[in-house]
Design a protein around this ligand. Structure first.
Ligand code: SAM
Length: 244
């Protein structure tokens, strides 16, 4: 039926495309995409031959009114290159305008790198704050970090390999040395999640920037670093010594 369909797509493993997402991609009158080369592969995988049209930061304002007008009679699906549309990706204004115009808006939930990383990190999940990409410039980045330093929640950030070291260093400076994890290439062949503290992770990634796509997860203030099993005796002995 007509309306806007927000369709989550895999973040690396094509098997994560849900049957319902595939069905919408086969039946939509139009599929709005960030990059047609990326989504062409997905549509093939889903057995879809539906037409694509670009919807990205550079043309969104221009094409949005025309798309909204079509929603009365047509089913339009929005996808991004990977994961959940609208999460550090275009789409929120399209949803807003579609709703304002009284059109049906449906979501087909699925992969999202932020939530996937949160489930890997072993850090508290009861309260979390998603920060997207921090500003690239040093001063703006430190300001953005200072703004959230007192928030009692796990922080989730997107980052690229080349900037990871600078970001971890800035986070350590602005937040103190909190427990943290770097999740990389989630759902792909070389998926890994490295945990430590902000300074130990900054040191680890100082030499060679890691390849692939990255999510940084930072524990809330006051969350004690986890102690490895082999360090427990040592920590107990030290604590007893302090008591005596
Ligand atoms: N909308 C997407 C989502 O729901 O996750 C995010 C889009 S954002 C432009 C792309 C960023 O997401 C990447 O730079 C990286 O930080 C993160 N990301 C995407 N896929 C990932 C993966 N497989 N593993 C780790 N991080 C990933």
């Amino acid at each position: 039926s007509p309306g806007l369909y927000i369709v989550a797509t895999p973040i690396g493993n094509l098997s994560d495309l849900s049957p319902r997402a595939a069905q919408i991609l086969r039946e939509a009158d139009l599929v709005l995409v960030e990059d047609s080369r990326v989504t062409a592969r997905l549509l093939r995988e889903a057995g879809s031959t539906r037409p694509m049209a670009p919807y990205h930061d550079h043309n969104a304002d221009r094409v949005r009114p025309g798309i909204v007008a079509r929603l009365a009679a047509e089913a339009v699906a929005l996808v991004s290159d990977a994961g959940t549309p609208l999460v550090s990706d275009p789409g929120f204004k399209l949803v807003r305008d579609a709703r304002d115009a009284g059109h049906a808006v449906t979501t087909i939930p699925g992969p999202c790198a932020a939530i996937a990383a949160l489930t890997l990190a072993g850090l508290p999940t009861d309260r979390f704050l998603f920060l997207g990409f921090l500003p690239p410039k040093a001063k703006a980045r430190l300001d953005a970090i200072a703004e959230v330093a007192a928030v009692r929640a796990t922080l989730i950030l997107y980052e690229s390999g080349p900037r990871l070291h600078a970001t971890l260093t800035a986070l350590a400076e602005g937040l103190g040395d909190r427990p943290a994890a770097v999740a990389r290439e989630i759902s792909k062949t070389f998926e890994e999640c490295v945990d430590g503290t902000l300074t130990s992770l900054a040191a680890r990634y100082a030499e060679a920037p890691p390849k692939g796509e990255i999510v940084v997860v930072v524990g809330p203030p006051g969350d004690a670093p986890r102690i490895a099993a082999e360090q427990v005796d040592e920590a107990l002995a030290a604590a007893l010594q302090r008591l005596s």
